[in-house]
Design a protein around this ligand. Structure first.
Ligand SMILES: O=P(O)(O)O[C@@H]1C[C@H](O)[C@@H](CO)O1
Length: 270
């Protein structure tokens, strides 16, 4: 491919259409890329797409890797270091997540202001093992994992686009693949998490370690039950259904973000 991406986008469950925004695109199947794992989850196509979005060269992971697929944390996050070596400066992570916050509705968007890397805290951190100094320091800080300027820009864009169901909140990564019990949901909520999912935090840790700026979006695809009296249960088809419904909205938001970042703050990309 002739594209030299400055921005990498990871598409969450059912959000592969974000890659359709890229023009003059070249796609590569994960199975044709050395050392890339394969996608095994429905809603994750397994293609790396290079192209231009509003004049900026981007690379898009149409399908990500999860630990519940049997991968070690370092394998799940392997593409992030590939992006760094390709010259990427900004990582945009998206995911489908369950809501723990009482005021979030299904279909809402949460701009991620911080995360709880529950697996990382418990010894499943992608940076465990010999540190590769070429990428970053042994003890990287995570106090500003999610770029404040990009968060603010996203909030402004949402306002301009007339999106009202947008929150800023804290994402908690668990391993899955099972959805949470009521007691687990209460526990995660009491920790301060607004949404829970099975990805993202490990990718962000590796991205920050190697100096990328990070912006994250969760699409709230379901309400996590925090009360035994609440009826019904979530499944992956429901998650994909909501993603499908909201994908165009996220595509517009991500496109505007990239246009703005490259239009008025080119310094981000130098
Ligand atoms: O890749 P993401 O985090 O968007 O996927 C979420 C978590 C599970 O993989 C799946 C559950 O429905 O969606």
């Amino acid at each position: 491919t002739r594209h030299r991406p400055k921005v990498a986008i990871i598409c969450g469950s059912g959000l592969g259409v974000l890659a359709d925004a890229l023009q003059h695109s070249d796609s590569f199947k994960y199975s044709d890329i050395p050392n890339f794992p394969q996608s095994t989850v429905q809603g994750h196509a397994g293609q790396l797409v290079f192209g231009e979005l509003r004049g900026t060269a981007c690379v898009c992971m149409k399908g990500r890797f999860h630990m519940y697929e049997g991968h070690q944390p370092a394998k799940v996050t392997f593409p992030i270091r590939v992006f760094k070596l390709l010259g990427v400066k900004i990582l945009i992570v998206t995911n489908a997540a369950g809501s723990l916050a009482d005021d979030y509705k299904t279909g809402d968007v949460m701009i991620i202001k911080d995360h709880i890397n529950l697996l990382g805290l418990a010894g499943q951190n992608p940076l465990i093992g010999p540190n590769i100094e070429q990428f970053g320091p042994r003890f990287p800080p995570m106090t500003s994992a999610y770029d404040k300027d990009l968060c603010k820009l996203a909030m402004d864009i949402c306002k301009r686009l007339g999106y009202t169901c947008v929150h800023k909140g804290i994402y908690c990564m668990v391993s899955g693949p099972n959805f949470e019990t009521v007691a687990e949901a209460r526990f995660l909520h009491s920790l301060g998490a607004d949404a829970v999912g099975m990805s993202t935090a490990a990718e962000v840790v590796v991205a920050k370690h190697c100096g990328l700026r990070v912006f994250g979006l969760s699409l709230i695809t379901n309400q996590v039950k925090k009360d035994y009296s609440e009826k019904g249960s979530v499944n992956h088809d429901d998650v994909l259904g909501v993603s499908k419904m909201r994908a165009e909205m996220l595509k517009a938001l991500v496109s505007e973000m990239i246009a703005e970042v490259c239009g008025c703050a080119c310094l981000l990309l130098d």
